[in-house]
Design a protein around this ligand. Sequence first.
Ligand SMILES: *Cc1c(COP(=O)(O)O)cnc(C)c1O
Length: 228
Amino acid sequence: MTTLAERLTQAHTRIDNAAKAANRAPDEIMLLAVSKTKPAGMIAEAYAAGCRNFGENYLQEALDKVAELTDKNDIVWHFIGPLQSNKTRPAAETFAWVHTVDRLKIAQRLNDQRPPAMAALNVCLQVNISNEPSKSGVSVAELPQLADAVSKMPNLRLRGLMAIPAESDDPLEQRSAFAALRHALTELQQQHPQMDTLSMGMSGDMDAAILEGSTMVRIGTAIFGTRT
Ligand SMILES: *Cc1c(COP(=O)(O)O)cnc(C)c1O
């Protein structure tokens, strides 16, 4: 049995090794600990081991955990799940980042509902990079229009792109999807040089994502164990 702290160390070692293989500085890559379905106690454990960035997928579950952990006021909360338009207000009031903005309506509501006292909400646009019919995410073709609109919203800060590619065990296939997201970001950076984030890579494909330029890996299982 490994402890959570040991698994966290292993995840950081994996990031360091992948960064070295890519000739990149390990500190360019942030570890986002994905704590969905796991209790607040495990977040506190990861916090004690040095984690500060946590990702949640389900809004009500996230709000409950945020409330339980208010004493740890330097936690940076990221929303990484699908966001329905009737749930944007609590999201705008709670999170530092939303990774899953994929349409104008959601962006507009988050912008309107962000409390003025809070810093602008960091936003990644979710891209349907593998063109899967049933998946959420904006298409690469529609991406420039959405990025232009979001970049003009004063209470949002357009930071980058996020994708969940079609699952594959083949590292080359994994890399080609991540490379496509990197190319999409490079294109957008001509108009939007402030975009500095590639949110890509999970427990099963973080190495490929780092080789292709990920700046934020979203790691759940490898830190908190399998979800039931
Ligand atoms: C669950 C989830 C993760 C973490 O996945 P693991 O395979 O457990 O590391 C990352 N990103 C998103 C959007 C998720 O929903």
